[in-house]
Design a protein around this ligand. Sequence first.
Ligand code: THU
Length: 160
Amino acid sequence: MNKITITSQFTVYSNSNELSEETQKLLEKAIEIRRKAYAPYSKFKVGAAVLLDNGEIVVGSNQENAAYPSGLCAERVAIFQAGSIYPSAKIKSIVISAASEQNTTKTPIPPCGACRQSIAEYEIRQNTNIEIYFTGEMGDIYKSDSLKNLLPLLFNKNML
Ligand code: THU
């Protein structure tokens, strides 16, 4: 029997002014679209801003439904929209901002498992890393240089 250790690395920014100007702009867009999220059931609003290699920025927010599983997370709304409108563009980065209407989120809010799997599909398809930034309403901003930090041992097309 052997054990293996898989490590994940994140960069931690304690203030948004430590981010590049480009990423600060994406964060502003993620916050702006987060405020327009449709989240009447969870009261937990999420916004995502996706930067493409053609310079376009595509945003998305979570869209809930009375039949709960029919709703969709902000990250998938954004990346699926980007993939639909610009099918040949590569995703350079995704910035995610999350806030609850019931309390102040102070820890970085990472993408859920299904969103990680969906982002992985794009990273593998385009064969370049996607930078992922995520944060709460306030507090640290975490950055991962690749989706792989968030989803080690991921299931992918090579396994089919
Ligand atoms: N949510 C997202 O938009 N992204 C995530 O990665 C985590 C969860 C949304 C889904 C639902 O509308 C609300 O947050 C509470 O789970």
